[in-house]
Structures are given as structure tokens and as C-alpha cells.
Design a protein around this ligand. Sequence first.
Ligand code: PMP
Ligand code: GLU
Length: 395
Amino acid sequence: MKNLLSKRAASLKPSATLAISAKEKELKSQGIDVVGFGAGEPDFPTPGHIREAAKRSLDRGETFYTPVGGALELKKAVIRRFKEDYNLEYKPDEILVSCGAKHSLYNLFQAVVGNGDEVIILAPYWVSYPEMVDLAEGVPVIVQTREENRWIPDPDEVESKINPRTKVLLLNSPSNPSGVLYPTRVLERLAALAEKHDLLVISDEIYDKLVYDGQSYTSFAAMPGMKNRTIVVNGVSKTYAMTGFRIGYLASTQAEVVKAATNIQSQSTSNPTSTAQAAAVAALTGPQDEVERMRQIFEKRRDLIVREIENSEGLSVVKPDGAFYAFVNIRPFYRGGKVSDSSEMAKFLLETQHVACVPGGPFGSEDHVRLSFATSEELIIKGIERIRTACRELG
Ligand code: PMP
Ligand code: GLU
């Protein structure tokens, strides 16, 4: 049969992060001692009170469809977090709850982007952004940030890419994969650009609770004048160690956008799972001390992995301000000729040392690999030691 696949499906790249996680699990199931730096998910169990809330919901018989965009109780819980965390006020029809923040972003791009609309994405970027923009028939416009500037975007470079087709500025601070937290002065300049060029801002704030060194965090929507043009995306996956529950959400005062994204959801997945919604209510409204406890552990691991990398001949990393990824520069090892891009490097590490990491290519840089430090200190030490051994072989 000819042309079995749509053009869209044929050109779509599978998620590199999920592919590595799958590979890591497969090797582990074969009894291979893999050190996994692949998966971008907390390794902690979901806090007990959240699991209990899920069980209670099942026992109450809450096993039916909920409203498409999420149960009112959950929308209220989301609204309460925005108010308490950022003094941002939203109404229930300004919130859409979806099956993970990834789904929120997907619905959102489908709702606001199409017909060659341009979306500015700062590189290195999360692997799914350009693909989702492509799926919406938009055009991802990549703006490089530089390692020597600590991956902090240059607003002048952003502005140089803006033209009448530019519709969205996509932000992700703290960033996956670099961990950079955009400084306030840069955020202010980006806000001024959004205003000047009348751009919609999509701010993916999924790592907002994983910020280190006592730095403070503000939602982009809380910047002066930005609330009405910013659509905030967040979720419970990272903050509450709830990746498998699949609950994410978006907030926007543009009720028209929220309604359109909800309609898209109504024709695809319907509501997110009822049990997961009940768990998310408990996460968002319950005690927040576990969040801080996990954050502190991530910060210690961040310090450890950065120290270990810095003590490794030829490897370097910009210390991440947040999230749980180290975006490690491996360029010096291309000189030996045995590996010449990030996929070859990731393959070499996996095959020779059983270390799983994600190649930088799908994040927009062939000179890097991404190591997730959502893993124990012991495995961080063991894994970096193995990477050093591999690097010695590469000369
Ligand atoms: N945005 C970023 C930057 C991410 O790293 C992730 C990773 N999971 C997501 C969104 C989506 O998270 P989820 O769908 O699990 O809520
Ligand atoms: N976001 C995580 C990561 O970057 C989980 C996998 C995914 O959804 O991409 O590893």
C-alpha cells in the first residue's frame, strides 16, 4: 500500500526523552545494571496523602466522566495555587485541566497556532515543542541561547526573529534541558517585546517549584501588564512526583482560547482520569512540606552532579538554577573521531558503560547530552565514574 501514513505522521519524530526511558527500562528488565540519567521524572514515591485521596475517590465511586475541562473542585484547587503562589486570580472558565502539561501544550498549540503562524522557541528547548508546533501547522522559529552566557536569552536576538507572522513567544524557565532560570531583567525585556509586537506568551512553568540557591520565582503572568497575554502551563508531575497520574493545566484570561482548547479536548480525550483529578486536588490543596523536602534533595543532587562533572577531564556544564537536568558539554570528545554527534555519544555511553542519557540533538544541540539527576546520589557518583571511563576511551 502506498502512502499509508499522513504527511504529518510520517515526518513526526518520536519523543527522544521517552525513547531513552523505555530503553533504560528494557535493559534493566534484562538484568543489566544500567545507570539511568534518562527519565525526566522524580524518583520519589507520590506522597502518601495524595495516594490516599486517589483511593478514597475510587471508594466513593467517582468513576464516571467529569466535565471535559476538569472537575470544578480541581479547577478551584488550581485557582487557589495561582492565588497563593503568585497572587494571580483566575476564574474557573479560565482554567483547562488536561492529561499532563504535555497535553495542555498540545491542545493550546492546536487552539492558537496554524497556517504558518510562527512560534519563537529558545534553544536548547524541550524536545516536544517544535514537534507540537509542526503538528499544529505552525512554524517553530528557533533562537539560540549560548552556553557562555549561561543559556540566558538575548532579547535583541529574540527581537531580530520577530516579524508580522510571529504569534507566540514560548518560554520555559526553569528550562528543560539547561536548568536556566531567566533573570528578572531579561524577563522584563521579553515582556516589553511581547507588548511591543503584540505577541501571545506561552509560559511553561512546570519546574516552578524546583528552583535552587534561594532564588525566588515569579510566574510570567504576574509580571506587570503580562497577565492578559500570557497563557501559563503547569502541572503536578514534577512538583508532587505524580508523572503517571497525567494531570496538567493551563490558565488564561483569554476565555476564548481556553474554550477552544477545551473543545479540542472534548473531541479527543474528554476529561482527564477522574481518580487522577482527585489526587491532584489533594496535591494542590494539601500540605506542601513534601514539595520542599524533595526540592532540597534535588538541590543536593544538583550540587553533587555539577561537582562530579567539573572533576571530569573534558566535561563541562553550566550549573542549573532549577529543574533536574544537567546539560553536559561533550564536544571535546569528538576530536578523537570515534563519536561525532550527540546520538553517537549517547549510544556509546549506553553500549560500553550502561549509562543512559538523552542526546542533545533533539533539544537543539549536538554538543551536549542531558543527564537527569532525579536519581540517587549513589547512582550519580557511579554513573559519572562510568562516563569518565567511557570518555578516557574516546581520547
Ligand atoms: N514541559 C516540560 C518542559 C517538561 O519537561 C515536561 C516533562 N514531562 C512537560 C512539560 C510535560 O509534563 P507532564 O505532561 O508530565 O505534565
Ligand atoms: N519531560 C520529561 C523529560 O524531558 C519526561 C518525558 C517527556 O515527557 O518528554 O524527560
